[in-house]
Design a protein around this ligand. Structure first.
Ligand SMILES: *Cc1c(COP(=O)(O)O)cnc(C)c1O
Length: 446
C-alpha cells in the first residue's frame, strides 16, 4: 500500500468515481483512509510509550461515531471515550472492552451512571452533584469495577475558537479549580471517598495552543500530587489528560503530531511519566480528521453578480461547522473532473455551494480553483472527524454512505463499507411517517 496520504487519497477519489460509488442516487459520499487511521494510531502509541507506565488511549467517539471505525481502532489497541448512552452502545457494538471505555459527559442521568457502574466502565464525574449520585449508586450496587475520577477545569484559558475552548474561567465542564474554595473542596471530596482513584482534565481542542494544553495537564498533575500527599498514599492512580490536539487543515502535513505534544508534556510535567501514574488519553479529531474526504458531484455551474458558483451535493449537511462558522473551520477543496482527477487550469475565483436551501450554504467562498463545471466533482479534505460522520439533517438530505479504502501504489483501491447511505424508508421512519394523524379525535385528560 502507498505510504503517502495524498497519493492514497488521489487513488481513492479516482477509484470511487470509476467504481460508481458516487452516482445519481448517491451524489455525495465519505471516504476513509484505513491505512492512515492505522498510522495515526501507531503514532499515538509510540509517542506516549514509556517503560514502566500503563497508558490507555481511548478514541473520543463523537469525532467519528461509526462502529467499523471504533472496531478498527480497537484492533489498533485503542478504547473509547463516550459521552452518551448512544456512544456507549456504539463502543460496545464495536467490541471495545469495558476496561478500555471511559464515560465523560456533563449531563449524565442516574440511569446512565447506574449502567456504567454495572458495566465497569470508567466514569469521570463532572461536578459535586454527580459525585453524590455516584455515592448513592455505589452503596446500592456494591462491587462495581468502575474506576471513578473527577473532571477538573484548571481555567488555564481558551484558544482561538470560543466554542472549542473547554478551560475558560466560566466553562461548563468540570470543577472550576481556581474558584474560591474549589481546590479545598476537591481535597475533601477525595479524602471522603477512598475509592476515587482518577483525575480528569480535557483542556484543548481546535485552536488551543499546545503550551496551554500542557499547562492544564500540569495543573491536574499538581492537584493529584496534593491529593496523594494528603491521603498519605497513591490514591489518584490514573491521570486522564483528555484529547484536544489541534489539526492542521491547511496542508497534508500532520502538525503538530502526537510526538510533539508528548515530548512537550515530558518536559513540562516530567513526574507524570515516572511510572507512579497510569495515563489515559481521549484524542478524537487528531486521529481521524486527516484520514477522511468528502467526495461530491457538481450538479450545476452558474454565475451570479459576476461570481462563478459550483452547486455541489456537499454542504451544511456534511460540513456543518465550515458552513456556519467559515472563518474558524476553513476546509481545503479540490476541484476534480468527471473522472475524479484533479483539474488543471488557471484558478478562477468562485464559490463552492452545497445543496441546502439557505444562501449561506457554501463550503468555500471566493476561492481560486480551476473552474468547475457540471459533471465535475469536488473533494473536501480533512473531513474524517466531525464532518460526514456528524450529519446535520437539514432539508431531509440523507446521511451519505461512508467507504473505507486501502490504496496500493499502483493505483488499485479496495473499498469496504463503513456506513450505508440512509434510505428513503429510514428517512421517512425517522421523520414520523406511519404515526397516527395529530388531529384524530382523542380524549384529553389532566
Ligand atoms: C470532545 C472530547 C474529546 C476529544 O476532543 P478532540 O478535540 O476531538 O481530540 C476528548 N475528551 C472529552 C471529554 C471531550 O469532550
Amino acid at each position: 500500500m502507498s505510504d503517502e496520504p495524498g497519493k492514497r487519497r488521489g487513488h481513492a477519489l479516482r477509484a470511487a468515481v470509476r467504481q460508481g460509488l458516487v452516482n445519481e442516487g448517491e451524489p455525495v459520499v465519505g471516504l476513509l483512509d484505513v491505512t492512515g487511521v492505522e498510522h495515526a494510531a501507531a503514532a499515538l502509541h509510540s509517542a506516549f510509550a514509556t517503560p514502566g507506565m500503563t497508558v490507555t488511549h481511548t478514541f473520543a467517539v463523537k469525532a467519528a461515531p461509526l462502529v467499523p471505525v471504533l472496531a478498527l481502532l480497537a484492533e489498533c489497541g485503542l478504547g473509547a471515550e463516550v459521552a452518551s448512552p448512544g456512544e456507549l452502545a456504539l463502543a460496545r457494538a464495536a467490541g471495545v472492552p469495558a476496561d478500555r471505555t471511559v464515560l465523560d459527559s456533563p449531563a449524565k442521568t442516574v440511569a446512565e451512571l447506574r449502567r456504567a457502574l454495572a458495566l465497569g466502565v470508567a466514569v469521570n464525574a463532572d461536578n459535586a452533584l454527580e459525585l453524590d449520585r455516584i455515592d448513592a449508586l455505589r452503596a446500592a450496587v456494591p462491587g462495581s469495577a468502575s474506576p471513578v475520577g473527577l473532571r477538573v477545569n484548571p481555567q488555564t484559558g481558551g484558544g482561538s475558537i470560543g466554542a472549542m475552548s473547554t478551560a475558560t474561567a466560566t466553562s461548563k465542564f468540570g470543577v472550576a479549580l481556581r474558584d474560591p474554595g474549589a481546590e479545598e473542596w476537591v481535597l475533601r471530596a477525595y479524602a471522603e471517598r477512598p475509592w476515587l482513584d482518577r483525575l480528569h482534565t480535557h483542556t484543548g481542542s481546535q485552536g488551543v495552543p499546545l503550551e496551554l494544553m500542557a499547562a492544564g495537564v500540569r495543573a491536574a498533575y499538581k492537584l493529584a500530587e496534593r491529593i496523594n500527599r494528603a491521603a498519605g498514599r497513591q490514591q489518584v492512580r490514573v491521570l486522564d489528560i483528555g484529547g484536544g490536539l489541534p489539526v492542521n487543515f491547511g496542508s497534508d502535513v500532520t502538525a503538530p503530531g502526537f510526538a510533539a505534544y508528548a515530548d512537550l508534556l515530558r518536559r513540562e510535567v516530567p513526574g507524570l511519566f515516572d511510572g507512579r501514574y497510569g495515563l489515559v488519553t481521549e484524542f478524537g479529531r487528531s486521529l481521524l480528521a486527516k484520514n477522511g474526504t468528502v467526495l461530491a458531484r457538481v450538479e450545476y455551474a452558474k454565475s451570479a453578480g459576476g461570481r462563478p458558483i459550483a452547486v455541489t451535493h456537499a454542504g451544511a449537511q456534511v460540513a456543518t461547522r465550515t458552513v456556519f462558522v467559515p472563518d474558524a473551520w476553513p476546509l481545503r477543496v479540490l476541484a476534480l473532473d468527471g473522472a475524479g482527477r484533479e483539474k488543471g487550469g488557471e484558478p478562477v475565483v468562485q464559490d463552492v455551494a452545497g445543496p441546502c436551501c439557505f444562501a449561506g450554504d457554501l463550503v468555500a467562498k471566493a476561492r481560486p480553483l480551476p473552474l468547475l463545471a457540471a459533471g465535475d466533482h469536488v473533494a473536501l479534505l480533512d473531513t474524517g472527524a466531525y464532518y460526514f460522520s456528524n450529519h446535520f439533517a437539514y432539508n431531509s438530505l440523507p446521511r451519505p454512505a461512508v467507504h473505507g479504502y486501502v490504496a496500493a501504489d499502483d493505483g488499485g483501491v479496495a473499498f469496504a463499507p463503513v456506513r450505508t447511505a440512509q434510505t428513503e424508508a429510514e428517512l421517512l421512519a425517522e421523520s414520523g411517517a406511519g404515526l397516527p394523524p395529530l388531529r384524530r379525535r382523542r380524549s384529553v385528560s389532566g
